[in-house]
Design a protein around this ligand. Structure first.
Ligand code: NDP
Length: 451
């Protein structure tokens, strides 16, 4: 019998850093998980012997490819595309596609790694993956975006499939881009299958998929507040981002009687002391999504608001905060400021928006803090329900889906409590989510042997 080599957390992380040079986001995501998992597996020899964490932290495969397209002026442009298939122990790879100039292998590997745990937490049979390209959709015409999506899919199609890998949208990829990619997939393969989620309702999409991530993050927040006998009604909320997740999180906060004070984009944040109500949220949705405008123009439409260029909104006093823009947008100092200003709960809509310092500050102060892999899982959960509907060739009603989304978010919250309850009234949601997600994937991997 082989002698098991038990490295400690530091030794493990040294190895991860050495094998993944120049990939800080990926190393950060692995570190955050490993901190909890090492403690959990201390007395569980089989996870050590089978090198389970080491294997989850090595993607099954990373496909990288050239994406050529022609802009409206006839110039040939060359971008790089990727699909990271991290782990399919519990189901087909599943995770979004991101189009943003900041996309690189490190970012996609971190997202695919996180997705593996998140998907496991939903209770649905989905593995973890993520993809994208360093393409900037801003300022591009619709025809340019269509040509890019078609070229991207011309390579991607051979790596995906309804039972293989089912991508969805993410930053820069909404229903329009999914439509262009699905059209190209169908043209190449002649298959009308549930190979992508986030589709239009007329061609296999699911109701409430668009709203699910933002709504789910607020349902998770409600579950957290309920542990303290509180609710969202009457609470002030600071939200970052102004895309799909941020606007729907804002919408649900307003529906539940809360007051949203801020939204942001990569240019800065707006602060509206009167509250961003449904009418204003609708304005932001139209302005950002359909007109591709900047959030700073909000103050022209609603002059009592102020715009703060180049800044994040964490200095605005609030009861609850929902970071819904991008990774590492809330740093250690921001976390301290939020707490000093009385913030009681943080529910992440984005993926890894809080850096490691910030996570440690929230944990140290024992506030209600939900990591994205738990609180933003509503989107992929409804994507999982879209896959089921596609397989069955049917569509569920909105009320049924709303209830399923609520139940799934409650189920994730229960799993976090199961493994994260510290026994002194504090629930470590990061630990709970990491262990619950890990255990499900790890146990499946044990069943498969060394593959
Ligand atoms: P969108 O493209 O709809 O919106 C992204 C928002 O974030 C925009 O307001 C954008 O501003 C802002 N943003 C992007 N990059 C930066 C940056 N570097 N600094 C400041 N702001 C930035 O994306 P989504 O709303 O879909 O995604 C937001 C987050 O939620 C991401 O982390 C994503 O991975 C995560 N997520 C999304 C899910 C979904 O269902 N859509 C599911 C689970 C997680 P600008 O317009 O200036 O670029």
């Amino acid at each position: 019998m082989a002698v098991t080599d038990h490295v400690d957390l530091n030794g493990f992380m040294e190895g991860v850093k050495k094998r993944n040079p120049h990939q800080p986001e990926f190393v950060q995501a692995v570190q955050e998980v490993a901190e909890d998992i090492f403690e959990f597996i201390q007395d569980k020899e089989e996870y050590h012997a089978q090198q389970i964490l080491r294997r989850i932290a090595e993607p099954d495969r990373v496909v990288s490819f050239r994406v050529c397209w022609e802009d409206d002026n006839g110039n040939i442009r060359v971008q790089r595309g990727w699909r990271v298939q991290n782990n399919n122990a519990i189901g087909p790879y599943k995770g979004g596609i991101r189009f943003h100039p900041s996309v690189n292998e490190s970012v996609l590997k971190f997202l695919a790694f996180e997705q593996t745990f998140k998907n496991a937490l939903t209770g649905l049979p989905m593995g973890g993956g993520k993809g994208g390209a360093n393409f900037n959709p801003k300022g591009k015409s619709v025809r340019e975006i269509m040509r890019f999506c078609q070229s991207f899919m011309t390579e991607l199609y051979r790596h995906i499939g309804a039972d293989v890998d089912v991508p969805a949208g993410d930053i820069g990829v909404g229903a329009r881009e999914i439509g262009f990619m699905f059209g190209q997939y169908k043209r190449i393969t002649n298959h009308f299958t549930g190979v992508l989620t986030g589709k239009g309702l007329e061609w296999g999409g699911s109701l409430i998929r668009t709203e699910a991530t933002g709504y789910g993050a607020v349902y998770f927040l409600e579950n957290m507040l309920a542990t303290k006998g509180e609710g969202v009604a009457g609470k002030t909320a600071v939200i970052s981002g102004s895309g799909n997740v941020a606007t729907h999180a804002a919408e649900k906060i307003v529906q539940l009687g809360g007051k949203v004070l801020t939204l942001s984009d990569s240019g800065g944040f707006i602060h509206d002391p009167d509250g961003i109500d449904q009418e204003k949220i609708d304005w932001v949705k139209t302005h950002k999504t359909h007109r591709r405008g900047r959030i700073e123009e909000y103050v022209e439409a609603f002059p009592r608001a102020t715009f703060h260029p180049g800044k994040t909104p964490w200095g605005v006093p609030c009861d609850v905060a929902l970071p819904c823009a991008t990774q590492n947008e809330l740093l250690g100092e921001d976390a301290k400021t939020l707490i000093a200003n009385g913030c009681k709960a943080v529910s992440e809509g984005a993926n890894m928006p809080t850096d490691l310092d910030g996570v440690h500050v929230f944990k140290h102060h024992k506030i209600l803090y939900a990591p994205g892999k738990a609180s933003n899982a509503g989107g992929v959960a409804v994507s999982g329900l879209e896959m089921s509907q596609n397989s069955e060739r049917r569509s569920w009603k909105e009320e049924e889906l709303q209830q399923m989304l609520k139940d799934i978010m409650k189920g994730i919250h229960d799993s976090c409590i199961r493994y994260g309850d510290q026994g002194d009234g504090y629930i470590d949601y990061v630990k709970g989510a990491n262990i619950a997600g890990f255990k499900k994937v790890a146990d499946a991997m044990l069943a498969f042997g060394v593959v």
